[in-house]
Design a protein around this ligand. Structure first.
Ligand code: RFL
Ligand code: PHB
Length: 393
């Protein structure tokens, strides 16, 4: 039977980053992914990296292109019917965020893993995980018409929300917390200059809209749409009209349009499972938790889980101590719940939930309150840039 120290299920950002950090610390991994490499490399997702995530990517030696190509933003903007409010991250908490697409992070990690000769299995079928309750976990998968078995010390479930690892845990061993929002985001990526210099979250009576970017020539826009909406209902012109309608007038008038490079609908949910560790199986990133994209926390939380897990595994292999890996779940969940709270809060003040005038007044009051309170604004800023990590670093 083939063998490795850590079997990693999923080659999204969590799996690739964990594999790279463990490799740099002399720990052997095999990454097993059900999709093709091309598919993984072309998924369009997140765009905002906390400085802690950037630091971890630098530590993983995949920060070269990131350092030269990222856009550094020291603020973002909240738009409401009554005007706009800029959250000055630099002034309030001395922080910034980096604009660099998850697609690029994934490519950089894939290149680094390939350059190091990593064992990557793409297009693996029927992946299953067993034996993690004891000392001899095994991963099975099929490829090229054959079933393969991989023995390992640990399994990292980096296989996203729809993955197999969480579903393989014994019934009753997990507690699940979930909130499904009554709307989705329709996103468009287009090669047009961004209409706003900074990310703009806009609350409008027709629904939420947002301006983001990937570079100075590539924009990412979103509009809130009904949860059961379809792409067919959104011809390009309808999307651009609706976006302009919902943005502050000075931004709307400089939106330029082009045929989308990508258009997709993503449902919004908050989801957490506890614990994130069962025996020798760890759930990492979206496999354990989902947040609505409003706070830009999903990828950053995934990186924070990886940071805790790789440090714990390095300590285990160096000293034999399992103290850090034993505390993996508790440590990660403290950060996860704070990001769940912040993403829920930012979603609840910027989106249209109903026609209820009371709910709308509360949203406006939230804005009015943070506008008038440096304490409240500082809280928003410290969450947006990313809360400090717990040590050891
Ligand atoms: P991923 O990226 O879902 O990767 C999981 C991988 O596992 C594979 N897989 C399997 N492999 C083997 N066997 C199986 N049975 C498997 N089942 C699944 C999958 O093919 C995949 O390759 O999880 P990971 O690595 O934990 O990364 C999480 C992030 O992708 C996610 O949190 C972010 O994209 C969320 N997110 C954002 N996060 C941010 O930090 N900042 C943002 O600005 C931000 N914007 C967003 C977002 C997510 C969005 N969508 C599409 C939901 C904007 C959007 C619209
Ligand atoms: C994005 O650029 O895709 C993006 C940015 C900020 C968010 C969510 C998505 O909060």
């Amino acid at each position: 039977m083939d063998r490795t120290q850590v079997a990693i299920i999923g080659a999204g950002p969590s799996g690739l980053l964990l594999s790279q950090l463990l490799h740099l610390n002399g720990i052997d991994t095999v990454v097993i992914e059900r999709q093709s490499g091309c598919y993984v490399a072309s998924r369009i997702r997140a765009g905002v990296l906390e400085q802690g995530t950037v630091d971890l990517l630098l530590r993983a030696k995949v920060g070269e292109r990131l350092s030269s190509e990222r856009l550094i933003h020291d603020g973002f903007v909240l738009g409401f019917a009554q005007g706009t409010l800029r959250v000055d991250l630099k002034d309030l908490v001395g922080g910034t965020v980096s604009i660099y697409g998850q697609t690029e992070v994934t490519k950089d990690l894939m290149d680094a893993r390939a350059a190091a000769g990593a064992r990557m299995v793409y297009e693996a079928g029927d992946v299953s995980v067993e034996g993690f309750g004891g000392k001899a976990p095994v991963v099975r998968y099929s490829q090229g018409g054959r079933v393969h078995e991989l023995a390992c010390d640990f399994i990292a479930g980096c296989d996203g929300y729809h993955g197999v690892c969480r579903r393989s845990l014994p019934p009753g061993s997990l507690q699940t917390f979930e909130k499904i929002y009554p709307f989705s985001w329709l996103g468009v990526l287009a090669d047009v200059p961004p209409a706003a210099h900074e990310i703009l979250y806009s609350n409008h009576e027709r629904g939420f809209a947002m301006c983001s970017m990937r570079s100075l020539t590539r924009s990412r826009y979103y509009v809130q749409c009904p949860a059961d909406d379809t792409l067919e209902a959104w011809p390009d012109q309808r999307f651009w009209d609706e976006l302009r309608w919902r943005l502050p007038a000075n931004v709307a008038e400089v939106v330029t349009t082009a045929p989308p490079l990508e258009k997709s609908i993503a449902p919004l949910r908050s989801f957490v499972v506890e614990p994130m560790k069962f025996g020798r199986l760890f759930l990492v990133g979206d496999a354990a938790h989902i947040v609505p994209p409003t706070g830009a926390k999903g990828l950053n939380l995934a990186a924070a889980d990886v940071r805790v897990l790789y440090q714990g595994l390095v300590e285990y292999y160096r000293s034999g101590s399992s103290d850090l890996i034993d505390g993996y779940s508790e440590q990660c969940l403290r950060r996860v719940w704070k990001a769940v709270r912040f993403s829920w809060w930012l979603t609840s003040v910027t989106h249209k939930f109903s026609d209820d005038p009371f709910a709308h007044r509360l949203q406006l009051t939230e804005l009015d309150y943070i506008r008038g309170s440096t304490a409240a604004l500082t809280s928003v800023a410290e969450n947006y840039v990313g809360l400090p990590f717990e040590e050891p670093a």
